[in-house]
Design a protein around this ligand. Structure first.
Ligand code: FES
Ligand code: FES
Length: 210
């Protein structure tokens, strides 16, 4: 009974083979064709950068660092590790320093961002920029924009009485001592080792000894 059910004539076998070959050819043709074009969604991000209102259409995966460098062409902010480990990308957002490589641009709708370009101009340097020049607080300069943005924020944190790990008494007002500033600047790496000169520059601005 079973052998009767599955018995194929020679004609049926040839037709079946031809159909299989045709299906394979169509599948292969489809696989070779270019994949359909995909449009990545973009989102409107309106924010203020260095005092100017800016509006960007961005892939939501764009970091704030890439938005600044690749979309607004503010290349003063540097990309070092791109992993939150070197501080080269430090910018000031709403008065606080952050690593721009660790933050998505879409998270900053409506925020006020200050980069190194917004702190001062070559003709009119910010006091911290001027102090870095005076104390030779750099060598290759790659980490310097991040160091300066961080230093500006660190001195402001101390002025506002925000405590750090170095304080035995967290209720006491922090002072701009060398140790205090070194602790707070520990997230900014300088491969050229300009640390002592950076500390001198910050002490100069704070009116204290490094
Ligand atoms: Fe952002 Fe290194 S580039 S921390
Ligand atoms: Fe070269 Fe800091 S000045 S990395």
């Amino acid at each position: 009974m079973a052998s009767e059910t599955f018995q194929l004539s020679r004609r049926e076998m040839l037709m079946s083979s031809a159909t299989t070959a045709a299906v394979s050819a169509i599948a292969s043709e489809t696989a070779d064709a270019a994949p359909p074009a995909q449009t990545l969604p973009t989102y409107k991000v309106a924010l203020t950068v260095n005092g100017k209102a800016r509006e960007l259409m961005l892939d939501p995966r764009t970091t704030l660092l890439d938005a600044l460098r690749e979309h607004l062409y503010l290349t003063g902010t540097k990309k070092g590790c791109d992993h939150g480990q070197c501080g080269a990308c430090t910018v000031i957002v709403n008065g606080e320093r952050i690593n721009a490589c660790l933050s998505l641009a879409v998270q900053h709708k409506g925020d006020a961002v200050t980069t190194i370009e917004g702190l001062g101009t070559p003709e009119r340097l910010h006091p911290t920029q001027a102090a870095f020049v005076k104390h030779d607080g750099y060598q290759c300069g790659y980490c310097t924009p991040g160091q300066i943005c961080s230093a500006v924020s660190v001195l402001e944190e101390i002025r506002r009485g925000i405590p750090s790990h170095t304080q035995a008494d967290l209720m006491a007002s922090p002072q701009p001592t060398g140790g205090e500033m070194r602790e707070r600047m520990s997230g900014n790496i300088c491969r050229c080792g300009a640390y002592s000169n950076i500390a001198e520059a910050m002490a100069d601005v704070a009116g204290a000894r490094a």
